[in-house]
Design a protein around this ligand. Structure first.
Ligand SMILES: *Cc1c(COP(=O)(O)O)cnc(C)c1O
Length: 440
C-alpha cells in the first residue's frame, strides 16, 4: 500500500483531524453534482426492478407476510412530526419543511435495508441456474420455484457471505428458503441473536474474533474453493448495489401517492446510515436517477468507524482504513461497524453524494429512545444515525445558498432512512431503549 501522508492531508482537509479524534463532523462534498460516467444507469435499475416483479409470485408464496404487497418487498414511509419537534428541541435549531421516516426497519422477510440488495442478489443467482437448466423462463409463473424440484436443484449449489449481521440475515433467510446451502461468515460485532436466528433457519454460521473485513476475506477465500458456491461480495457487488437502487422509483411512487411534491421548489434531503456503502450508495444512486439535482443525499456514520467520510474526503476510497488513522472501529452500531469503504460505491458517490456526518454511539441510543417516546416506533441503534441530519443540513447556510436552496427550505422534504429494527428480539430492544433513556 502507498504510504499515507497524514500530516500533509490534515493541512488540506480541516475535518480530518477531528475525524481522527472520533469527534462528530459534518463534511460537504465539493464534487457533488459534477458530471461523471458511472458503471450503471437507469436501464440497469429497471432490469432489476423487472426481475423483482417476476419473482413477486414466488416471494408471495414463500413469505406469506408479503401477500398484501403482492410479493414485493417494500417498506412504508411515515411522516414523523412529533420526532421533528423533539429533534428541534434537542438540538435547539429549526427543521424547516416536513420530516419523514423511510421504515426499512419494517421491510418484510429480513427487517433491514439488506432485504433490498441481499435478497435480489440471491434471486438473480437462482434465476440464472434455473434458466440454464431449462427449468424456468421469464414468462413462467415464478411461484413454481417453491416446488421441491427447484429446492432439489438449488441444494447442489451454495451461497456464502461475510457480514456484520443484517446482510447475513437477508442472505441466509432467502438462500435457505430457496434450498441453497448457505454459509454466513460473521464478524465479532455481530449480535448473538442474529447468529442464533440464522442457525435456526438452517444456515451455517462461522464466527470470527476479528472485524468485518476479515469475515468478508475469509468468506471469499472459502467460497473460491468451491465452484458451486456463489459469494456475495458486500464490498463491490453490482447486484447488491442495483437491488438497493430500486428504492428510488419505489419511494417516488409512495411520495406521489401521499401527495408529497419533490421538485426544484421542494428539495428533498435524504439521510442514510452507512457501513461499507452499498445500501446507502445504491439508494442514493437510485434516487438521483429519479430526482436528479432535486434530491440531496447525506450519509451518516459512527464516529469510531467513519470509513466513507475518510475515503471520500481523502479521495482514497478503499485505499485508506479507519485503523490507518488510529480509529478503533468499535461501535454499538453493528450495521455500520466497517473500517474500509467499498471502492465501487465510493467512486460513484464522488459526484452523487452531498455529504457525510458522524454521530457518537451514545447519541444513537438517545435518538432511539426519543423516537420510541414520540412516535412509538422502535428501530435499531444503527438505524438512528440519520436523525441529526435535518438539523445539520438546515444549518449549512453556505451550502444551501450555493445551491440556491436557502429560501426553499420551508418546502423541504426530509427523509431519514431507518435501515433496520423489526427483527430485533423484544428483550434486546427493551435494553436499547432503557440505555437511551438513561442517557437522556
Ligand atoms: C448494513 C446496514 C447499513 C449500511 O449498509 P452498508 O451497505 O453496509 O453501507 C445501515 N443500517 C443497517 C441497520 C444495516 O444493517
Amino acid at each position: 500500500m502507498t504510504e499515507l501522508h497524514l500530516e500533509e492531508m490534515k493541512e488540506k482537509l480541516p475535518l480530518l483531524d477531528p475525524l481522527m479524534k472520533a469527534e462528530e463532523i459534518f463534511w460537504l462534498n465539493p464534487n457533488s453534482g459534477k458530471r461523471a460516467d458511472h458503471p450503471f444507469d437507469e436501464s440497469d435499475v429497471a432490469q432489476v426492478e423487472a426481475r423483482l416483479q417476476r419473482f413477486a409470485a414466488y416471494i408471495r408464496t414463500a413469505f406469506p407476510e408479503t401477500k398484501r404487497s403482492g410479493g414485493i418487498i417494500e417498506s412504508p414511509v411515515a411522516e414523523i412530526p412529533h420526532m421533528r419537534e423533539a429533534l428541534e428541541k434537542k438540538y435547539g435549531a429549526e427543521i424547516p419543511g416536513r420530516l419523514f421516516l423511510k421504515c426499512d426497519s419494517e421491510l418484510p422477510v429480513s427487517g433491514s435495508i439488506k432485504a433490498r440488495g441481499g435478497i435480489h442478489e440471491v434471486l438473480k443467482f437462482a434465476e440464472e441456474i434455473a434458466f440454464e437448466k431449462g427449468m424456468l423462463t421469464k414468462e413462467d409463473d415464478y411461484a413454481i420455484l417453491a416446488e421441491d424440484r427447484f429446492r432439489e436443484l438449488f441444494s447442489h449449489y451454495s451461497v456464502a457471505v461475510g457480514s456484520t449481521g443484517n446482510l447475513g440475515l437477508s442472505i441466509g433467510i432467502i438462500s435457505a428458503k430457496l434450498g441453497f446451502r448457505v454459509t454466513i461468515h460473521m464478524s465479532a460485532d455481530a449480535r448473538q441473536w442474529k447468529k442464533d436466528m440464522l442457525r435456526e433457519k438452517g444456515a451455517v454460521v462461522v464466527e470470527y474474533p476479528d472485524d468485518y473485513q476479515k469475515a468478508v476475506a475469509e468468506g471469499r477465500r472459502e467460497a473460491a474453493k468451491d465452484p458451486m458456491c456463489h459469494f456475495v461480495d458486500d464490498e463491490g457487488s453490482p447486484d447488491l448495489f442495483l437491488g438497493y437502487a430500486t428504492a428510488g422509483r419505489r419511494l417516488e411512487k409512495q411520495l406521489t401517492d401521499m401527495g408529497v411534491t419533490v421538485d426544484a421548489d421542494h428539495p428533498m434531503f435524504v439521510y442514510l446510515p452507512c457501513g461499507v456503502g452499498g445500501g446507502p450508495g445504491g439508494v442514493a444512486f437510485g434516487l438521483k436517477q429519479v430526482y436528479g439535482g432535486n434530491v440531496h443525499c447525506f450519509f451518516a456514520e459512527p464516529t469510531h468507524a467513519p470509513c466513507m467520510a475518510l475515503g471520500m474526503m481523502t479521495g482514497l476510497h478503499d485505499g485508506i482504513a479507519c485503523s490507518d488513522v488510529g480509529l478503533d472501529g468499535k461501535t454499538a452500531a453493528d450495521g455500520l461497524a466497517v473500517g474500509r469503504a467499498s471502492r465501487l460505491v465510493g467512486k460513484i458517490m464522488e459526484t452523487e453524494l452531498d455529504g457525510v456526518f458522524t454521530v457518537e454511539d451514545e447519541e444513537l441510543y438517545r435518538l432511539l429512545a426519543i423516537l420510541a417516546d414520540t412516535e412509538n416506533r422502535y428501530i435499531e441503534p444503527s438505524a438512528c444515525a440519520g436523525f441529526p441530519g435535518p438539523v445539520q443540513a438546515a444549518k449549512a447556510s453556505e451550502y444551501l445558498t450555493a445551491l440556491g436552496l436557502a429560501d426553499k427550505m420551508e418546502q423541504a422534504v426530509h427523509v431519514v432512512w431507518a435501515t433496520g429494527g423489526s427483527m430485533v428480539p423484544e428483550t434486546e430492544m427493551q435494553g436499547y431503549y432503557r440505555k437511551g433513556k438513561s442517557l437522556l
